[in-house]
Write a protein that binds this ligand. Sequence first.
Ligand code: SF4
Length: 432
Amino acid sequence: MTSFVNEAQEFLGSEKIGEMFKHFGIEGASLRVPSPRLEEILIKVSSGETINREDALFLMNLDRGEVVFLVLAASVVREKGKSKTVTFSKNVFLPLTRLCRDHCGYCTFRIEPEEGELFVPPDQVIKAAKEGAHLGCTELLFVTGDKPELAYSVYRNALARLGYKTTAEYLVAMSEAVLKENIFPHTNLGIADHDELSALRESNASMGLMLENISPRLLQKGEAHYRSPDKVPKLRIRTMEHAGELRIAWTSGILVGIGETLEERVDSLFAIKRLSQDYGHIQEIIIQNFSPKPGIRMELHPVPTFLDMLKTVGISRLIFGEKMNIQVPPNLNPKAFPLLVLAGANDLGGVSPMTIDYVNPEAPWPQVERMERALGELKLNLKERLPIYPEFISEEFLDKKVLDRIMRVIDSSGYVAQEVHNGNGRGKTKNN
Ligand code: SF4
């Protein structure tokens, strides 16, 4: 027991770390001796095991006096698997259509047809891809609402004039087009079937769908996913199973603080872990905090506390173990992201030099230099990755034509080659 306390005191004794915890109200003086149950979990983790549901639920209820033990344990596990490296990708965020048939209570992305353009037309998509590639971006993040063609005839008709029946068909065509501009598409389409995913796989480096939460209770009246038929957890799991069958490197994750119970949050993490164990295609888990904006249905809903986020990130690391990539969005945690990295995260997601975060437009992305500086103070290095992580870059997870292009922009460890990272544009990349 003493050794855990000594280690935690030493951890907090490091000037920078102590200062950061203090900023959030956690100090060495408030450190308590861990309870026997906490000690049991810490011993389990230090022997290399991952934690189970009961352990995770226990850890969710830790208070400030004990949370440092969780953070330290998660930090050790992260470092074992990821060394001192924290990653990000340089991307262009492209909301192909903001129409959506769902009505999530926390959404600021969705618009009605009369509130803006129905979709981004092909010439603007290509323009954004060209500009992004020129600025050194390697990822073109396509985001859409869910199945707007089922809700809006005006959208359906406009899409038909371009020659497409569905948003998925349009995405397939645009993914093919941007790949030719030497930027790698990563598509977040929402619920998709086997054939749609298979067609997108031909040009996408990776794809994603947040599970958000596994609880069907959140579909009830008054809850976050009321009137959102695409948020039925079973359908989201099925989409991710198709992706596993098709060998698509996949990003998923949870939303924290949307009205879920702690049990539902933990169960959501374990649902993603099951997918990862069954198919081996989950490349990263995003732990995203709910962030309210004026005018949304959940405008007055409380935000998750810093302690809540710290515990959820730490617990995620201990559930998934050392190999999984765990992402926290730095723009939603501008002060706290270095501590969330200490608590087990190893990725800061997409950072864009040219577009805003349309999902969270009020939250500017921190500049890469600022992220580098903050992590440097913790003796961590920031590295640029592609939308697909190095461990998934293979014939198994990529169409040959995508893989060939990827091989031209990576270094020997699978990260973005230095000359591309420096923003010299694709004209100067290897073999081009
Ligand atoms: S599915 Fe996405 S775009 Fe549609 S309402 Fe929900 S959060 Fe908004």
